[in-house]
Design a protein around this ligand. Structure first.
Ligand code: SME
Length: 156
């Protein structure tokens, strides 16, 4: 395997930084930092929050990014519309991919739910083609679920 990411270790860190805090923005900000610290070969990691039926940029680490994405548009909007993780080995082959950082070549976007409702997506970009594996999908879905559970005041 290309990267041996220890998702149990990352989960422990995510729980440590969010367990005594319920504020969504505070928790998402620290979660982005924890993921940035632990994942190799990524150039952007952050969250888009569902607001008024669109995705709006939330806490992130990386270069400035587009602020609003419609459901069904790009990788993030597709994950939000379908409610399913999008694992994209080559973003240049993804119809409608939104290029925020020209360095990005692969991407994974995980939808996040609270009380059964879509609240946000976790978006991670990499300059490396085929960066994200099925093990990453599984680990990052567990991370996204843990972060979502900690964000008790997620806007609905
Ligand atoms: N590439 C994303 C847009 C967000 S940036 O990657 C931060 C997309 O296609 O939805």
């Amino acid at each position: 395997m290309k990267y041996q990411t220890d998702y149990d270790f990352i989960l422990a860190q995510l729980k440590a930084v969010t367990e005594s805090e319920t504020d969504t923005i505070a928790n998402l900000a620290n979660a982005a930092a924890v993921l940035q610290m632990n994942l190799n070969e990524i150039n952007w990691v952050g969250f888009y929050l569902v607001k008024d039926g669109r995705l709006v940029l939330g806490p992130f680490q990386g270069r400035p990014a587009c602020t609003r994405i419609d459901f069904g548009k790009g990788v993030c909007g597709t994950a939000a519309a379908d409610g399913v993780t999008q694992l994209v080995p080559n973003v240049h082959e993804f119809p409608g991919h939104i290029a925020c950082d020209g360095a990005s070549n692969s991407e994974i976007v995980i939808p996040m739910f609270h009380g059964g409702k879509l609240t946000a997506v976790l978006d991670i970009d990499s300059p490396v083609f085929h960066r994200f594996t099925e093990a990453d999908r599984d680990g990052l879905e567990r991370c996204a679920a843990a972060v979502s559970r900690a964000c008790l005041d997620f806007p609905s």
